[in-house]
Design a protein around this ligand. Structure first.
Ligand code: RAM
Length: 414
């Protein structure tokens, strides 16, 4: 600690002093409210399905005209505005960063496109920003702008939807991609079969039991996704297809997902959900986007449709389409259960990564560790970078299942 302060320049030292003062007052504030227990949300995830084991400088810019990573704001860019999922990630990120004395800014374009993000990034980098956390709208099209950021010494960390490995320090992964894809398929199959969320067994075990004795028509699943090019949704869809290739589904559940794209826009998502109702081909829609699942919930409820729904949703936005109490009949609602993760915590982990990059030279390399300080109800935690494919990642959490047994508790939080 002392060494790192002595190595850092005056600006960093001031920042750390302010950070210390703020975190002391934050801790004092928490203490005054009474001590809080650390949440143990993983209890709502299938118990045996633990996440897989995983293993920037802010240098002064010499040329005055060049964009500088020094002194500017810390930018958090989501895919587009008007999405509560992005707002909650920023809430966690900004609260964590502000407590350390950093000034943060939430900048997202109105349209969920690569071009809109690139234009906004260009303006921000020219103005001079100190760091960027981004959830991207596509795999390609960012090279030039990310190079500009890199040349200016601006560290980039991606969150939710990956940025190119050539430019990001690391990607903050919400939960294992394959876990999310598998759970979504398993939930959709169980919901189609009228089986409530199994609290005492894994969904996979129950799917195997149920399909073992199933002799009805082949079950058909639909997907209402975000954009056709959105990296994160496409990775989950690929994981759903991997799950469907397992033997237990053969001849019982179609390996072909009926995919539609609502572009994370409520109106377009509603149109696509209506198309599922009109075509009447699928038994259950999986919507791996909070915007899509809420739109589909509304459409299916209004149409009194037989099509059921699951996916990734925010409890606050899904409360009218889900059971809210343990005594409710889950199948009286269009969405008996669904998943997500702790979005606020996810944002805070990105903040801790940026802080590590700026203060300790954390570069997102395999095996490197950083610490997220205690924050809200979350205990201090270390995160270690791991490699998957050609990129490095930090695993922030596990998927949670939201169902009648815990909805009431989560509606006010997420
Ligand atoms: C939407 C966005 C986001 C996704 C969540 C689950 O809000 O598309 O990228 O991760 O849903």
């Amino acid at each position: 600690m002392l060494n790192s302060i002595m190595r850092a320049d005056v600006c960093i030292m001031m920042k750390k002093i302010l950070a210390l003062m703020l975190s002391v007052s934050m801790i004092a504030g928490l203490a005054a409210c009474g001590s809080k227990e650390t949440e143990a949300p993983a209890t709502d995830a299938p118990a045996t399905e633990a996440p897989a084991e995983t293993g920037g400088d802010d240098a002064e810019a010499d040329a005055p005209a060049a964009p500088s990573a020094e002194g500017g704001k810390h930018v958090f860019m989501f895919k587009s505005t008007g999405n509560k999922f992005g707002d909650l990630m920023y809430e966690g990120y900004s609260e964590y960063m502000n407590a350390l004395g950093y000034e943060t800014e939430y900048d997202s374009p109105a349209e969920t496109t690569v071009a809109a993000q690139v234009q906004m990034l260009d303006e921000l980098i020219t103005q001079g920003v100190a760091s960027i956390v981004i959830s991207t709208n596509g795999d390609t099209g960012y090279d030039e702008i990310f190079q500009k950021a890199k040349d200016a010494g601006i560290p980039i960390v991606s969150i939710d939807s990956e940025a190119s490995v050539d430019y990001r320090l690391a990607h903050i992964n919400q939960a294992e991609v394959q876990d999310i894809g598998s759970y979504l398929v398993q939930a959709a199959v169980l919901i189609t079969l009228g089986v409530d969320y199994p609290e005492d067994k894994t969904m996979e075990e129950v799917v195997a039991e149920q399909l073992g004795s199933y002799s009805g028509d082949e079950i058909v699943l639909g997907v209402l996704s975000a954009g056709i090019d959105t990296p994160v949704q496409n990775s989950w869809i690929a994981a759903m297809e991997t799950e469907l290739a397992k033997d237990m589904y053969k001849g019982k559940v179609s390996p072909n997902l009926d995919k539609k794209y609502g572009n994370d826009d409520p109106v377009e998502s509603t149109t696509q959900a209506n198309a599922f109702v009109a075509e009447a081909k699928v038994d259950c829609i999986i919507s791996p986007t909070t915007v899509g699942i809420a739109a589909a919930g509304q459409v299916l409820k209004q149409a009194n449709s037989e099509i059921k729904l699951t996916g990734l949703g925010l409890p606050s936005e899904m409360q009218s389409f889900m059971p809210n109490a343990a005594e409710d009949d889950a199948f009286a609602s269009v969405c008996p259960y669904m998943m997500l993760w702790d979005v606020i915590h996810l944002g805070a982990v990105a903040g801790a990564a940026i802080d590590a990059a700026l203060t300790n030279g954390w570069a997102g390399a395999d095996g490197e560790t950083f610490t997220m300080a205690a924050f809200r109800d979350y205990a201090e935690e270390d995160y270690t970078v791991y490699t998957q494919g050609d990129g490095t990642f930090v695993l922030a959490g596990t998927p949670y299942i939201f169902y009648k047994g815990n909805m009431a508790e989560w509606i006010s939080k997420l």
